[in-house]
Design a protein around this ligand. Sequence first.
Ligand code: G3P
Length: 217
Amino acid sequence: MKFFIDTANLEQIRQAQEMGILDGVTTNPSLMAKENVKGKEAVMAHYKAICNLVDGPVSAEVFATDFEGMIKEGQELAQIDPKITVKVPCTRDGIRAIKYLSGKGIATNCTLVFSVGQALLAAKAGATFVSPFIGRLDDISEDGISLVEHIVRIYRTYGYKTQVLAASIRHTNHIIRCLDAGADVATCPLKAIEGLLNHPLTDKGLAIFIQDAAKMK
Ligand code: G3P
């Protein structure tokens, strides 16, 4: 399973990249707004700065909600860097735009997906990635992981090439459950990725090794 970090914060992306396990980045308008990036040029420059930090795909979301606006912005975003994946919300115009952009050879990520039906349309439109939002489903007492499992099963049954990019991940256990569900990618906050590393028995065992190593000096 690939690991993407879900942030537009350059320092967090650097830290994740230095861990040596990062495969890409996802952003969205809310994550970009947190970085106080203002104006089209600054937004484009920020996406380029992210692309310069990583080796894998970088999802940059269109702000437009109409078909014409989405394809205009999507083609502009794709010009920033070959790593750019154009993120498009799963709406009627969004599916049309994904079909159009995919036809131009532009990588796309269908986002704000909350049902198998939406995931099916994203795959039929040729989306590179589909982003089911696990955490937001859990927030309303639904089961986000079961949606991931269902999408994976449907895609495998019908041979869709769209990659399942589990998003809206809240914690480390979501990552583990995404592994079981067969997600192709999990896009995570840095804290959730770091949580994979930490175990008290590792710390305890290392402390004893250090003590015993000191006896041999
Ligand atoms: O990539 C989508 C993700 O950023 C949404 O996460 O926590 O706002 O549901 P969240």
